[in-house]
Design a protein around this ligand. Structure first.
Ligand code: S3P
Length: 175
């Protein structure tokens, strides 16, 4: 029996935080974002953490947070950092935490959304597209495997996305 939490996964800019907040409001659930939780716990920003301690340090902080959430999360909509399911242990922990929904979005849409974005170390700087496309290709099958439910967000309103998540998480979840 799945716990009563919904976990949103997907690439940077796929809408996890925006969808998550709206979904939490609609269901009367609490909302948390793993990036924000890590920033609060470590008293720093993700960008500063990458710059000062390196990516591996951040990835360890992600795993540690998931271990904790797998024990105590309850009635939660959890938006996760885009790299979260890449570690096998994390993918297993995410499924322990709750029903995992992958917000699938095209790389073209993501690149457009991230155009003026700062604060995401992997997307910052020159040659953004050149770096993000291969990362996206590498991650896509991992997101799909990690998910209980794959939701194609293309061309859908937030309202439609939320209704779809509500439907699939209400009863049986399937791929
Ligand atoms: C990352 C995505 C970011 C954040 C960090 C690394 C990634 O979260 O965790 O910058 O590896 O894709 P969002 O997906 O919320 O942007």
């Amino acid at each position: 029996m799945k716990k009563n939490n919904i976990v949103l996964i997907g690439f940077m800019g796929c809408g996890k935080s925006t969808v998550g907040k709206k979904l939490a409001g609609a269901l009367g659930y609490a909302f948390s974002d793993t990036d924000a939780m890590i920033e609060e716990a470590y008293g720093t920003t993700i960008s500063a953490m990458f710059a000062e301690k390196g990516e591996e340090y951040f990835r360890n902080a992600e795993t540690e947070l998931l271990r904790k959430l797998s024990k105590d999360a309850e009635g939660l909509i959890l938006a996760t950092g885009g790299g979260m399911p890449m570690r096998e242990e994390n993918a297993a922990l995410l499924r322990e935490i709750g029903t995992v929904v992958f917000l699938e979005t095209k790389i073209e849409t993501i690149l457009e959304r991230l155009q003026n974005d700062t604060g995401r170390p992997l997307a910052d700087g020159e040659d953004r597209e050149k770096r993000l496309r291969p990362l996206f290709e590498k991650r896509l099958p991992v997101y799909r495997t990690a998910a209980d439910y794959i939701l194609d967000t293309e061309g859908k309103s937030f309202y439609a996305i939320i209704e779809e998540i509500k439907t699939v998480t209400d009863g049986v979840t399937k791929k």
